[in-house]
Design a binder for this molecule. Structure first.
Ligand code: NAP
Length: 299
């Protein structure tokens, strides 16, 4: 298949690209920096230099079978002020809207990525019929809830929605967590009693490849492993695997002051989700059914 990929140089994106190359698909990546080093064989993909904020300036002569979006608005880890949050929200809207307009111009299906940000209580388990909780950093994507229903009601593009859980693996921002464990600097934020669902980057990329090859138009998929885990247990396991002995806990009241309410609300939200739909619909199955097996693959 001829795949056009925005975000193909990123953490998740580069795993998807590697798999697409292995399966002999033709991949073209839109990137701001085609000269950068990349974790896949650059000679096996084509590049179009460009920015999501200026997609109309990119000259695309080829016709593609699908446009995949796994990009993310860049922001530095740490405290996010409300002013910064408002700026990021405007850019996030532009990223989604420009990508959708671009897919309409290319007249090809769009695989759009956001996140499995569902707020569950007690034994509740969210599935694809749930409304995304626009809380914490997920509130950056509020525009998504206006733009997407509009597209669906007008049938303006063939759309597939991918909602990954928290992605872990070697690469991207997660390498910072691994380095913290290696350097004995693991921190549990706010007690870590809340549940968060996780997915190994390799399993997540497999789900995308299946979606690309099967093009299940109109479907929305939560991509998660089989087990919800408390933040604390995940971090302790990571610490154990890399021999970190000293584990600090930052209590919630201090944490909120240090990182601001947006990141605080993200880190302390409780999420349990079901992966039954993607298993049934795409015949996908995670190789790493839980963080216990998945974390062992990290180097
Ligand atoms: N990581 C997670 O735990 C997680 C969890 C749930 C959902 N998600 C979603 O999964 C997707 C992938 O996440 P990730 O962690 O892999 O993201 P990431 O590593 O931060 O990916 C960044 C990618 O976005 C591209 N990008 C950013 N701004 C751009 C711009 N202005 N123009 C062109 N390209 C731009 C970058 O391309 P260049 O720098 O090469 O231009 C890069 O390929 C995102 O949609 C994210 O919301 C991630």
């Amino acid at each position: 298949m001829k795949v056009l990929h925005i975000g193909g140089t990123g953490f998740l994106g580069s795993y998807i690209v590697k798999k697409l190359i292995e399966r002999s698909h033709e991949v073209t990546i839109i990137t701001r920096n085609p000269d950068n080093e990349m974790p896949f064989d650059k000679s096996k993909v084509k590049f179009l230099k460009g920015d999501i904020l200026e997609l109309d300036k990119i000259d695309v002569s080829d016709k593609f079978d699908v446009l995949v979006y796994t990009a993310m608005v860049p922001f530095k880890p740490g405290r996010i002020s409300t002013k910064k949050f408002n700026e990021l929200e405007i850019i996030t809207r532009q990223y989604f809207q420009n990508t959708i307009d671009f897919a309409i111009r290319q007249s090809c299906p769009l695989i759009l990525t956001s996140g499995a940000s569902f707020e569950t209580k007690g034994d509740e388990i969210a599935d694809e019929s749930w409304q995304v909780a626009r809380k914490g950093m997920a509130a950056l994507g509020k525009c998504y809830d206006e733009i997407i229903p509009n597209i669906k009601s007008k049938n303006s593009i063939p759309l597939i929605e991918m909602l990954p859980a928290q992605i872990y693996g070697n690469g991207g921002m997660f390498d910072k967590m691994i380095n913290m464990a290696k350097n004995n600097k693991i921190v549990i934020l706010g007690g870590g009693k809340n549940y968060l669902q996780r997915i190994h980057v390799d399993d997540c990329a497999d789900a995308f490849v299946l979606a690309i090859e099967k093009l299940p138009i109109g479907k929305r998929f939560i991509i998660s492993d089989d087990e919800s885990v408390r933040v604390k247990d995940f971090m302790l396991q990571l610490a154990r695997l890399f021999g970190a002995k000293k584990i600090r806990n930052i209590p919630k009241p201090i944490l909120r002051i240090v990182i601001g309410k947006h990141i605080f609300n993200t880190l302390t939200m409780n999420t349990k989700v079901s992966n039954e739909f993607i298993k049934k619909e795409l015949c996908w199955k995670p190789k790493y059914s839980s963080y216990r097996e998945g974390l062992k693959t990290l180097t």
